[in-house]
Design a protein around this ligand. Structure first.
Ligand code: CS2
Length: 492
């Protein structure tokens, strides 16, 4: 079978949508750090629509760790397929907005040169929560993070995202080139101000003048991004290639839904994002909070409980009526009362999320969402917990989600089999579990003592400690399936 490429575009199966422009005739206006599946199924698609009318906003991507994405896409002119899956079938679209991929550890100079191109007005990021090298509970840079410590020894050749942003901004300033706008697209709370603070704090460790410049003269545009994009499997690659009529080494799989809310702060220029469906707002925070608490909070709860109950995917978990009832109750009773979002119909938003989680064509593994919980819990569940506690309101279902995370990170499932826990704190979390044993009050107290996740307040608040301990006891004694059916009954 022929490989997907600019040359073979005309030979693809007729129903496949292709770029409505010549990718060779575009120029780069955006550098994107972290060209993973999410970026390719989200931002790159919006830009693919945009390039048809305005060719100056193609993307130069960068991988901050591995070369595998560059290697896979280089042989296909950086074209790739976005496969949209639902109960009605799969539709394919080839995207042409990604024009290059740099691999930071191989050649940081080439990436920095791209970031310093005067035509580049935006540097966007999807580097996952842990890619910002910060303390998840406080949102401040972690100066002891190994990547930050390494960059501080050679700040002119950095590899971390704060290090790359600061060095590129320093070089632009030195050369008299206007700064780019930084546009973080990760699921962090207040991602604009948070990343602004992290990069300023990093710069302050190098040079006070640079720190003041980052603080005062560089714009950070916060965003809320939403599209469910499970990791691509070998079976997906074979299926997409067959349907495409050409071999694509790394397509991305996603759902029909997509949303992008962007804070309109681009003093040095931006494309007309609104013309391709993004929502431009003055303040993105209420939208971010809604999405993190409703979607991602439910997702993490489903991931830990679903995994422990033996379900492989989110849609399998949701097919269990007790789980669906729990998640509906979580959103309605415990999350929605904490939200005020201008113009949003929260009930309709919740119902749409439940439909999306039920999409049977999307094989979104509970194990994948369970990754990096130490970086995710604060913004997904714990902010909601704090607001509820302050209002004197119960947090039982939120506490069950947190207890399921604790049960999961002990590293052994309900059958006694090891869990492959992926988390920057995995070793420490496992050791905490081993030391505390299966006594629920001890185990809960030990995990609640991890200050980088829970801060200091939650470990001392009986309104939280009590329901977490009760939920953990139920999970240890009766298992996840039985526990969820009990909580589901309460919700009904
Ligand atoms: C998921 C998200 O993996 C995860 O933690 O909760 O990637 C989720 O699918 C996206 O945020 C949806 O927009």
């Amino acid at each position: 079978m022929k490989r997907l490429s600019l040359q073979t575009l005309p030979d693809l199966a007729p129903q496949v949508r292709r770029p409505a422009y010549d990718p060779r005739a575009t120029t780069t206006g955006i550098v994107h750090l972290g060209v993973g599946a999410f970026h390719r199924a989200h931002q790159a698609v919006y830009l693919d629509d945009l390039l048809a009318g305005d060719p100056q906003w193609a993307i130069a991507g960068a991988s901050l760790r591995r070369a595998d994405m560059r290697d896979a896409l280089a042989a296909q002119d950086n074209l790739f397929t976005v496969a949209v899956r639902s109960g009605e079938g799969t539709t394919l679209r080839v995207v042409g907005s990604l024009r290059a991929i740099h691999v930071a550890p191989e050649n940081p100079e080439a990436l920095l040169a791209a970031m310093c191109d005067p035509a580049v007005r935006i540097v966007s990021l999807t580097v996952t929560e842990k890619g910002y090298c910060h303390d998840p509970a406080t949102g401040d840079l972690d100066p002891a993070h190994p990547d930050i410590a390494a960059d501080l020894t050679r700040p002119r050749a950095p590899t971390s995202s704060p290090g790359l942003l600061a060095e590129a901004l320093r070089r632009r300033r030195e050369a008299g080139i206007v700064p780019f706008t930084v546009m973080p697209c990760d699921n962090l709370p207040e991602n604009g101000p948070t990343v602004h603070r992290i990069v300023s704090q990093y710069a302050a460790l190098i040079d006070g003048g640079l720190a003041r410049f980052v603080e005062n003269d560089v714009a950070f545009a916060g965003t809320m991004v939403d599209r469910i994009v499970p990791a691509t499997s070998e079976a997906d690659i074979a299926e997409v290639s067959a349907q495409l009529g050409a071999e694509d080494a790394w397509p991305v799989m996603t759902e029909p839904f997509t949303q992008w809310v962007i804070e309109d702060r681009f003093p040095t220029g931006r494309p007309d994002f609104a013309s391709v469906g993004a929502e431009m707002v003055a303040d993105v925070e209420p939208f971010e909070r809604m999405k993190l608490r409703m979607l991602n909070g439910s997702h993490s709860t489903l991931a830990y409980l679903g995994y422990l109950a033996g379900y492989e995917t989110v849609s399998q978990t949701m097919a269990d009526a007790h789980f669906e009832r729990l998640i509906r109750g979580l959103m309605t009773e415990e999350v929605m009362p904490t939200l005020t979002v201008p113009g949003a119909d929260l009930g309709a938003y919740r119902d749409a999320l439940i439909r999306r989680f039920n999409n049977p064509a999307l094989k979104h593994r509970t194990w994948q969402i369970a990754m990096d919980g130490s970086q995710k819990l604060p913004q997904r569940l714990l902010g909601t917990v704090r607001d509820r506690l302050a209002a004197g309101a119960p947090v039982d279902r939120l506490a069950l989600g947190v207890a399921a995370w604790m049960r999961y990170v002990t590293g052994t499932d309900e059958k006694g089999t090891a869990i492959d826990v992926r988390d920057p704190m995995a070793d420490r979390l496992k050791a905490i579990g081993a030391a505390a044993g299966r006594d629920a009050p001890r185990l809960a107290a030990a995990y609640l003592g991890v200050e980088e996740i829970f801060g200091r307040d939650l470990a001392e608040h009986q309104g939280f400690v009590r329901p977490v301990t009760a939920a953990l006891a139920a999970l240890l004694d009766r298992g996840a399936a039985a526990t969820v059916s009990d909580y589901g009954r309460v919700a009904a």
